[in-house]
Write a protein that binds this ligand. Structure first.
Ligand SMILES: CC(C)(COP(=O)(O)OP(=O)(O)OC[C@H]1O[C@@H](n2cnc3c(N)ncnc32)[C@H](O)[C@@H]1OP(=O)(O)O)[C@@H](O)C(=O)NCCC(=O)NCCS
Length: 364
């Protein structure tokens, strides 16, 4: 029977979940539906792309589209995850075919850029993906934190107080938009614990540790002032009786980084994930609409080989490869990109990269 590349049907849904579970040799009482409730939801079925041969699912790529909001940048992002080919069918180009189908689907539903997290970047690089974006990771040990001065009480959050988290998260400068039901689904993922700092002013900080089989011992979503984040981390260590916790977050939270550096803790910069341009025209428009108000008067013209960046002030076009363009605009760890004079030189490179981040809770 011919190979079919298409969204999973309702009848195949259980078989798909069993197929994806095959790679996990742990004895978790939960499965992919519990761990990724917004991905493996019936409303998202059209975004679960399968390769089916002789009635058997042999490969899968999952997607979810989200709206990213920053202070200037707004993007429709396609997130990709749960990429798997059955061991017997590897090396036949199935994952490549599904990734191409996924890119077409994301284009149709209006995504400008796609993002994924992986431990095998080489596979995705072959398919035109680029490592880019920035985050920091900071291992905080109990001994480094001030004993006194916790400005409040840290508690494990109970579901009746989820709206406190919603209110705090919605003040975040960089975030993916979530419906109320989506917060509930994400905060309820097994293995996920949310902590809140209650102060005299009410709840002022929260943090999320763990998520399904991911992010163990890692605070991967949090907010609050720098002092409140220190208090939150201290409280999390006390409640969990752990010696260390890893804080990951956006480099734009310079205040938090400096606060921990004063405690003699050193953040490690890292890339955020892997990216692929889905709709070059629309992406260029979105980027220009935040570059211009930031005093970066560039026209971007994306084509198959690269990007032509034309500075409206110098009038000179400059060609960049796709990888360099994404890294210039979205960053790469803490690497600094030296801008050629044709594009405005150092004073403009100071204003880049554009603030961009996706919290761990949204990852798929
Ligand atoms: C990674 C995986 C999805 C690849 O599936 P596949 O159907 O065999 O991939 P394809 O046959 O389409 O391979 C496409 C290309 O990627 C290469 N490739 C495959 N696996 C790779 C890997 N782990 N690292 C680097 N390149 C890889 C192939 O050699 C091929 O290159 P070519 O076109 O130059 O020959 C499959 O090995 C798998 O399911 N692994 C376990 C789950 C996993 O790691 N998923 C990714 C999590 S982010």
């Amino acid at each position: 029977m011919a190979l079919e590349i298409r969204p999973v049907t309702p009848d195949e849904f259980d078989a798909l979940c069993a197929f994806l579970e095959e790679d996990f040799d742990d004895s978790s009482p939960w499965g992919v539906v519990d761990e990724y409730p917004l991905v493996f939801a019936s409303s998202n079925r059209a975004n679960l792309m399968v390769a089916v041969e002789n009635g058997e699912i042999v490969s899968h790529v999952g997607m979810k589209t989200v709206q990213f909001r920053g202070p200037s940048l707004k993007l429709r992002l396609g997130l990709i995850g749960s990429v798997r080919t059955s061991p017997r069918h590897r090396g036949r180009g199935l994952a490549r075919l599904l990734m191409q189908a996924a890119a077409r689907r994301l284009f149709e539903v209006g995504a400008e850029l796609a993002l994924l997290w992986t431990s095998i970047p080489g596979f995705y690089e072959k398919l035109g993906w680029t490592v880019a974006g920035s985050e920091f990771s900071l291992e905080v040990s109990r001994g480094k934190l001030p004993v006194a001065g916790i400005g409040g009480i840290v508690r494990r959050l109970t579901p009746d107080r989820w709206r406190d988290v919603v209110a705090l998260h919605e003040r975040e400068r960089l975030r993916v938009m979530r419906e109320p039901s989506e917060y509930e689904a994400l905060l309820g993922i097994p293995g996920t614990t949310t902590y809140v700092l209650d102060t005299a002013d009410g709840p002022t900080a929260y943090g999320v540790v763990g998520k399904g089989r991911d992010f163990a011992g890692c605070l991967h979503e949090w907010c609050g002032s720098a002092d409140d984040v220190v208090s939150l981390v201290r409280g999390v260590l006390e409640i969990t009786r752990r010696e260390t916790v890893t804080l990951i977050g956006p480099p734009s939270r310079q205040d938090v980084l400096e606060r921990f550096q004063r405690l003699d803790l050193t953040p490690e910069p890292a890339a955020l994930g892997m990216f692929r341009v889905i709709n070059p025209r629309s992406l260029a428009q979105q980027l220009e609409s935040c570059l211009w108000p930031a005093g970066i008067p560039w026209n971007l013209s994306w084509h198959d080989e690269g990007v032509i960046v034309s500075s409206l002030t110098t009038g000179e076009p400059f060609e960049l490869g796709h990888d360099d363009a994404l890294r210039l605009l979205l960053g790469l760890g803490n690497e600094r990109f030296a801008l050629p004079e044709a594009l405005g030189g150092p004073e403009i490179s100071e204003r880049l990269p554009l603030p961009f981040y996706v919290w761990g809770l949204d990852s798929i």
